[in-house]
Design a binder for this molecule. Structure first.
Ligand code: FAD
Length: 420
């Protein structure tokens, strides 16, 4: 249905944020003939889009608030090394987020949110395939193996139950149930402590930093201006256009603006009616050398540790730290991830760590991203993907570019209304 308030298709659009979501949106806008400027206060992939696990896993892309997370949350308050951390003294914003998150952690809410994800998951690879056809100089790898490994069968039952729910909700996911020995035969990097596993099929992975930089290069090569060091402090709708002002005083007018500022989405979005809290769910990663480089991702769900082969090293990622996005990297978390993975990996030197990194997942209380038009018909939000902004970034960009240039909201985006 045409949007009655829609302004003529914008010709000059500013995208604020050079992460996966912003750059994908810029790329697909260019595809539709729009002149694009990308502004980032730091640089390409300066936020969550660099050191993440790089999984393209629509088969397990599910809402974060779910009953089991609440259990981890309680445990976390008692132990700083557990995989989910909530500071003992939460500020008002974090309390608002946690209260909303708790309200959405029921089976019925999970099912409703899952129904919103499924149409996106079904098309997630389409975004990557379009970028590949458009010549992005970074590949997506088929995960020849994708193993979720556990010490015991009892631990494994949690994911088996979840996979049952995922399938019951209508999401397609193929998997095999393996013994520890069967898992080691597929993935020799697993230690003898692994006693049970699940092998997922049909998923992919990327080197996210490499990929997002390649995407930025393509966006530039197609004519966009990419301005780094541009800290946007004001976005103002002036009727005939949108004014974008940076902290250094640069002041430009555009026909439309996309806010793709990750965990900072609320800062610029609030005045356009985006009231959903976007809370930093901070995660850590580092890379280590390993004797047998896995052929695909290795996941230790009980420890919430995600491993991905990148080049000649293994990236090890984990933690969900609900605290300020700008807080310094906490070495205890890095060590906690290394210690959690140590008994389960074989031939990995977890003390020879490189690229130690912390980044903030943009998490919403209902576990759904914020994609689409705001109160202004010229200002669009694109973010809040939580754990899944890499998997869903390209499709988000593709669908949002369609909405911005045609004025019609693709059906897949209905549940992600930024004004909800
Ligand atoms: C440990 C970890 C593992 C993960 N693993 C996966 C995974 O395997 N698969 C997956 O799909 N997802 C994963 N994620 C989630 C994924 O990384 C994020 O969802 C995604 O990167 C978000 O992308 P984005 O473009 O929205 O935000 P970001 O990448 O954070 O980009 C936002 C950008 O906006 C800029 N910015 C902010 N405010 C301003 C301003 N006022 N002016 C100018 N610029 C501004 C920032 O500098 C930043 O560059 C993981 C995350 C973590 C932390």
């Amino acid at each position: 249905m045409p949007d009655v308030e829609h302004v003529p298709a914008p010709q000059r659009v500013a995208v604020i944020g050079a992460g996966m979501v912003g750059l994908a949106t810029a790329w697909f806008l260019e595809e539709r003939g729009v002149e694009v400027t990308v502004l980032d206060r730091t640089g390409v992939a300066a936020g969550a889009s660099w050191g993440n696990a790089g999984w393209l896993t629509p088969g397990i892309t599910t809402p974060l608030p779910e009953p089991a997370v609440l259990r981890y949350g309680l445990r976390a308050v008692l132990s700083p090394s557990s995989p989910v951390y909530v500071p003992p003294r939460a500020d008002a914003r974090l309390l608002r987020f946690l209260a909303g998150f708790a309200r959405h952690s029921t089976p019925a809410k999970w099912r409703a949110a899952m129904r919103a994800y499924i149409p996106m998951n079904r098309r997630a690879f389409e975004g990557f395939d379009a970028l590949a056809a458009g010549g992005i100089a970074s590949v997506t790898h088929e995960a020849k193996s994708f193993i979720a490994a556990y010490r015991t069968e009892a631990e494994r039952s949690v994911l088996l139950d979840e996979l049952g729910h995922i399938r019951a909700a209508g999401q397609q996911i193929e998997f095999d149930v393996l013994t520890g020995a069967e898992a080691r035969a597929v993935e020799p990097s697993l230690s003898d402590r692994v006693g049970a596993a699940i092998r997922l099929h049909g998923q992919r992975f990327i080197d996210p930093g490499h990929y997002v930089h390649a995407l930025a290069a393509s966006v530039r090569a197609r004519g966009a201006e990419l301005v780094t060091g541009a800290d946007v402090v004001t976005v103002r709708d002036e009727g005939a256009g949108i004014r974008v002002v940076t902290s250094a005083g640069a002041d430009e007018r555009y026909d439309a603006v996309v806010l793709a500022t990750g965990t900072w989405l609320g800062d610029l979005g609030r005045r356009f009616g985006v009231r959903t809290v976007v809370q930093a769910g901070r995660g850590y990663s580092f890379s280590v050398p390993i004797e047998y480089l896995p052929a695909g991702p290795v996941y230790f769900p009980a420890q919430r540790v995600a491993c991905t082969p990148l080049g000649t090293r293994l990236r090890v990622a984990g933690m969900m730290e609900f605290r300020s996005a700008g807080a310094p990297l906490d070495r205890r978390r890095v060590r906690a991830i290394a210690e959690a993975a140590r008994p389960l990996l074989r031939g990995a030197d977890l003390d020879d760590r490189a690229d130690e990194w912390v980044g903030a997942r943009p998490c919403t209380p209902d576990g759904l991203p914020l994609i689409g038009r705001t109160r202004s018909s010229r200002v669009f939000a694109a973010g809040g993907h939580g754990m899944w902004g890499i998997t869903l970034g390209p499709l988000t960009g593709k669908l949002l570019a369609e909405q911005i240039t045609t004025g019609r909201q693709p059906a897949e985006l209905h549940p992600f209304d930024p004004l909800r």
